[in-house]
Design a protein around this ligand. Structure first.
Ligand SMILES: [Zn+2]
Length: 181
């Protein structure tokens, strides 16, 4: 969002040249430049030991299409912590490891989505109230079901290109993960 008024004091902002950033809305009262930033969020493909992936239906996001677990990063959280938290909250799966595959910019929604593949044991999916339904689907059959959801499709596609490599990379990154009780 390009701010017109200061979010702190409500004063009208003026455009001020900020070095390499060019002209940025600036509050003379607070002495703060209000840069435009996308909101960071995560999207995670959860994979179990049988090479099945968790597909969700969330009609409030997209009707008649499967999606993946996704959510906003809260202040103070790392992206990995968000991925672990959201997967557990939305479908009841405790991940053991994750690997980031790529990120996606969605300028029209002012989002930066960080795409992860997360690995955890197969459990009965225990859904939050935000999720209408969820199923484990063999990874290779899931591509067809994600055709209506481009980012989810691309993450699964990236996973299917190198499932062993991504699992190994997730294993190697365990030291960066949130502590599990
Ligand atoms: Zn201000």
């Amino acid at each position: 969002m390009l701010y017109k008024f200061c979010p702190e004091c409500g004063k009208k902002l003026r455009m001020r040249k900020m070095w390499d950033e060019g002209e940025v809305p600036f509050c003379d009262g607070c002495d703060i430049a209000w840069y435009e930033h996308p909101a960071p969020c995560i999207i995670t493909l959860a994979v179990n030991q049988f090479e099945e992936v968790a597909l969700l239906r969330q009609d409030y996001i997209m009707e008649n299409n499967y999606v993946l677990v996704a959510g906003y990063i809260k202040p103070g959280e790392t992206a990995e912590e968000t991925a672990f938290r959201e997967v557990e909250e939305e479908i009841g799966v405790k991940l053991d490891s994750i690997s980031r595959v790529r990120s996606f910019a969605i300028p029209e929604k002012e989002l930066l989505m960080l795409g992860y593949v997360g690995f955890g044991d197969k459990v009965d999916l225990n859904l939050s109230t935000e999720v209408d339904s969820a199923v484990w689907v063999p990874a290779k059959e899931a591509l067809e079901k994600l055709k209506g959801s481009e980012i989810a499709y691309r993450i699964l596609e990236a996973y299917l290109e190198d499932p062993e490599g991504i699992r190994r990379s997730a294993d190697e990154k365990r030291q960066f993960l949130p502590e599990r009780e």
